[in-house]
Design a protein around this ligand. Structure first.
Ligand code: AMP
Length: 304
C-alpha cells in the first residue's frame, strides 16, 4: 500500500565539529520518502526550484517514489543551513532561505487523493491541514512537527493535532507543547488532545510510544560514528509510516511497536553519513540484520 508524504525538499548546508558540506539534498520529505520507500511505494508532495538536481527525479523513480506531486517552479529551492555542537545533538540553525517554499501550496494530483496512509512530514501545520482537506478518507494519518510551529503557528497546530492518528515529536517539543516537565505526563496529555497514538523521540536515548492504555519504551541503536544527525527524525517518521502502510491494515499497538523499532533502525543508518548518502546504498538485508540485533540487545524478542 502506498504512503503519501508531504514536507520540505531542501538543499542543506551542514556543519559538524569536523566537517562542512554545502548544498546537499535534504528536507523533511526527502528523508521521510526514502525511509518509507524501503517498505512501501511513496507518493511525494513538495516543491523544488530550477536549481534542483534532475538526477534526483530519476533516483526517486528507481526507488518507487512517485514525484507527480512535486511542483517544479522557477526560482531557487528551499535552503537550510545548520551547525552541530560537539554532542552532535544540539543544533543551531544558521540560515533559512524559503525561496520557492514561500508560496508553496501543496496540491494533490487526483491519483493521490485516495491514498490510505499519509505522513505529514515537518512543514507548517496549515499546509499539512491543506493536504488532508484534499484527501478522501485516509485510514491512518501520521504527523511530525517542530518547535518553530509550536512557537509561531500554535492555533494551526492545535487544529491539526485532533485530525491525526499518530503525532511524532521530540522530547523538548513535547514539553514545550504541554508545559509538563515529565515526558510521561506530556505524552498522555497530547494523546488526550486527539491523536490515538503519540511517539516522543529522545534522540540518542530512544523513543516513547503512548496508546490509550498502552505504553512502549524503545532505546536507540548504539552507534559509535555519527557523521550527520540531520534528518534522523524525518527518516524515523518515514520508516514508521512506510512500515505501517506495508502491513495493509489499520495499525494495532503491536504494529506501532515494530514500526518504532524499524524507524529507529533507519534513523540509525541515516546519521552514519551526510545527507541521504547512507540511505541511498542501504539494503533491506542490512535493515533486517540491524532490526534483529537491536531486538536482541533490547530484549524485544517477544515482539516480532
Ligand atoms: P531534522 O534533522 O529531522 O530536524 O530535519 C532536518 C531537515 O529539516 C533539513 O534537511 C531541513 O532542510 C529541514 N527543515 C529545516 N527547517 C525547516 C522548516 N522550517 N520547515 C521544513 N523543513 C525544515
Amino acid at each position: 500500500m502506498s504512503v503519501l508524504i508531504v514536507g520540505s525538499i531542501a538543499l542543506d548546508t551542514v556543519k559538524t565539529p569536523v566537517e562542512e558540506h554545502a548544498n546537499l539534498l535534504g528536507g523533511s520529505a526527502s528523508y521521510a520518502a526514502l525511509g518509507a520507500s524501503f517498505f512501501s511505494p511513496v507518493r511525494l508532495v513538495g516543491i523544488v526550484g530550477d536549481d534542483f538536481p534532475e538526477a534526483e527525479f530519476a533516483f526517486w523513480k528507481e526507488r518507487r517514489i512517485d514525484a507527480e506531486g512535486v511542483q517544479r517552479v522557477a526560482g531557487k529551492t528551499f535552503h537550510w543551513s545548520g551547525e552541530y555542537a560537539w554532542d552532535m545533538n544540539t543544533r543551531e540553525t544558521r540560515s533559512v532561505a524559503l525561496n520557492v517554499f514561500e508560496h508553496f501550496r501543496p496540491e494533490l494530483p487526483s491519483s493521490y487523493r485516495e491514498t490510505d496512509f499519509v505522513l505529514l512530514a515537518n512543514i507548517a501545520p496549515a499546509l499539512q491541514a491543506h493536504v488532508l482537506d484534499q484527501m478522501t478518507r485516509p485510514r491512518f494519518i501520521v504527523a511530525d512537527t517542530m518547535d518553530l510551529w509550536i512557537e509561531t503557528t500554535r492555533t494551526d497546530l492545535d487544529a491539526l493535532i485532533p485530525r491525526v492518528d499518530l503525532l511524532i515529536l521530540n522530547d523538548s517539543e513535547a514539553r514545550e507543547l504541554t508545559k509538563e516537565t515529565s515526558l510521561i505526563k506530556a505524552g498522555r496529555k497530547i494523546r488526550k488532545s486527539g491523536p490515538k497514538y503519540v511517539a516522543i523521540k529522545k534522540g540518542e536515548h530512544g523513543a516513547l510510544l503512548f496508546g490509550e492504555n498502552e505504553f512502549f519504551s524503545c532505546g536507540a541503536f548504539p552507534l559509535e560514528d555519527i557523521h550527520d544527525p540531520t534528518g534522523a527524525g524525518d527518516t524515523f517518521a518515514g520508516g514508521m509510516a512506510g512500515y505501517l502502510a506495508a502491513a495493509e491494515r489499520t495499525p494495532t499497538f503491536a504494529d506501532l511497536r515494530r514500526a518504532i523499532i524499524y524507524g529507529s533502525v533507519l534513523a540509525s543508518f541515516n546519521v552514519e553519513a551526510f545527507s541521504l548518502e547512507r540511505l541511498r546504498t542501504l539494503t533491506m538485508d542490512e535493515i533486517r540484520a540491524r532490526y534483529e540485533m537491536f531486538k536482541a540487545m533490547s530484549a524485544f524478542e517477544e515482539i516480532a
